[in-house]
Design a protein around this ligand. Structure first.
Ligand SMILES: Cc1ncc(COP(=O)(O)O)c(C=O)c1O
Length: 339
């Protein structure tokens, strides 16, 4: 399939207009000086609905198709502080759809961060106890039946909205970045971003295929959603590409993944707190201790090992909301380096 046709197909996908594009791209001058490498920040933390973040790009496509199909209700899943669930709820609300969020764990006593926003949005939040990600996905089907019994139609988005269609939001994102790089006359050595469920990275891989530029994209994995991040992301990219007619099968050994999980998903690290403090104290830009802060820490470690040189784009995927959750806020405070 010719690239031009794949590009046309990508452009023709129904897309919910939620706004906020392109997100800013700018040089982080003081941060660059501190780390010794020229770092450009792509600001997906700056967005249109409910202080969104990277997941909005996926929901634009998933909900664009859902609205075209006549769906009435979004059903999606995540942890209590899920950015994806909150972003989906925000996007669905803006589009006039109902939302059911199936969240793992028990309902916490404190309602802060993303959970507070879910409550503010007025969506149906259900806690599902100690379930695996897979069990949670199975519960989504039951809600779909419930919605159908009430005369509605549910659209399901998996963990992180990392379906093949959702992932294509990051193929669009990569082309958006290309236009900004062209305008600036900038040629980065790499794009580095935080990764969990893999859709962001899978979309970037498809975008790289569509782009006339060649820029290695490096994922810093901070979660345990994927059993085998490299091969799962290769599979997801292949499925996403085939939706727009790309005949390209990615292989696990083509995928660049840095391990940034540390002691576990959602567990804070000193390195994460140090990275958060460095960006906040040089640029006044906020990362969170579960996702973007750990991604930034993985990025800094690779810079310090000499594996990444400038100019480089760190793609800020958002997610600062967890900072306003008491549990995460307290833990972060304990680890922040002294001034
Ligand atoms: C702030 C933030 N950054 C990065 C990611 C990872 O994106 P993906 O799940 O597409 O790998 C997430 C996922 O929840 C996130 O919330």
């Amino acid at each position: 399939m010719a690239l031009v046709t794949a590009l046309d197909r990508l452009a023709a996908l129904p897309r919910a207009e939620l706004g906020g594009w392109p997100t800013p791209l700018h040089l982080a001058e003081r941060f660059s000086e501190a780390v010794g490498v020229e770092v450009w920040l792509k600001r997906d933390d700056v967005q249109s609905v409910a202080l969104a973040g990277n997941k909005l790009r996926k929901f634009e496509l998933v909900l664009g198709q859902a609205v075209a199909d006549g769906a009435t209700t979004l059903v999606t899943t995540g942890a209590a502080q899920s950015n994806s669930a909150r972003t989906g709820a925000a996007a669905a609300t803006r589009l006039g759809l109902d939302t059911v969020l199936l969240l793992s764990g028990e309902r916490p006593d404190d309602v802060g961060g993303n959970l507070l926003l879910d409550r503010m949005l007025g969506v149906d939040v259900r806690f599902c106890g100690d379930v695996t990600w897979r069990e949670l996905n199975a519960l989504v089907e039951a809600v779909g039946d419930e919605v159908a019994a009430g005369g509605g139609m549910a659209v399901a988005a998996p963990i992180g909205c990392s379906s093949p269609l959702g992932s294509l939001g990051f193929a669009v994102a990569r082309l958006e970045l290309d236009a900004q790089l062209d305008a600036l006359g900038l040629t980065p050595t790499a794009i580095v971003h935080t990764s969990t469920s893999g859709g962001t990275h899978a979309g970037f891989l498809v975008g790289e295929e569509l782009s006339p530029r060649s820029i290695p994209t490096i994922a810093v994995n901070v979660g345990h959603v994927l059993d085998d991040p490299s091969s799962d992301m290769a599979t997801l990219a292949t499925a996403a590409g085939s939706l727009i007619g790309l005949d390209r099968a990615w292989l696990a050994d083509e995928i660049e993944v840095l391990d940034g999980v540390g002691p576990g998903y959602g567990r804070h690290t000193d390195e994460g707190a140090e990275a958060i403090a460095l960006l906040a104290r040089t640029e006044a830009i906020i990362c969170d201790p579960v996702y973007s802060g750990k991604g930034l820490a993985g990025f800094l470690a690779a810079v310090r090992r000499g594996e990444i040189t400038g100019p480089v784009v760190f793609w800020h995927t958002g997610g600062f909301h967890a900072v306003f959750d008491r549990h995460h806020g307290d833990q972060l405070l304990e680890r922040l380096p002294d001034v």
